[in-house]
Design a protein around this ligand. Sequence first.
Ligand code: PRP
Ligand code: MN
Ligand code: MG
Length: 175
Amino acid sequence: MQEILITEEEIQQKVSELGAQLTEEYKDKFPLVVGILKGSLPFMGDLIQKIDAHLEFDLMDVSSYGNELVSSGEVKIVKDLNTSVEGRDVLILEDIIDSGNTLSYIVKLFHYRQAKSVKIVTLLDKPEGRQKEIYPDLAGFTVPDKFVVGYGLDYIERYRNLPYIGVLKPEIYQK
Ligand code: PRP
Ligand code: MN
Ligand code: MG
């Protein structure tokens, strides 16, 4: 690892803050919380425990990157939701928004499927990578345009299990 960008303590502190905000927002609703696999899994697991409200959660697996470093712009559904979003207050959880391709596709899809509301919470926002006009309703941290891994984020499936966010040494992916 080149550097640790966000420590485990900083992540957990932020997750608690986000959980408190979402508790306020959703305490009188019954949101459908949608985690986007695989990257959002650690964030989702921690965050839902900090939301003190009734909620339902489901998982969707879409892929835009495959094992490539640069987004192809194509999004495909690998596993769809088991739950209908029609008439639901949907809260999408992501580990990172980079180009915005993944979320712009999902948000359009959920509107098309007649969700009542669609909001986005992302742990990390990388605004310099953006290709689509898409903004999170809540974001934990803004990150620079570097290759970040950990806490769900991978490089060829590795590093997802780290409890912190780090910047990968360029020599690891520049061969
Ligand atoms: C990563 C990340 C986001 C998406 C963000 O997922 O977890 O879902 O890319 O990039 P974008 O804003 O440019 O679309 P990836 O497709 O790599 O799948 P993974 O979560 O299984 O690693
Ligand atoms: Mn992902
Ligand atoms: Mg990935």
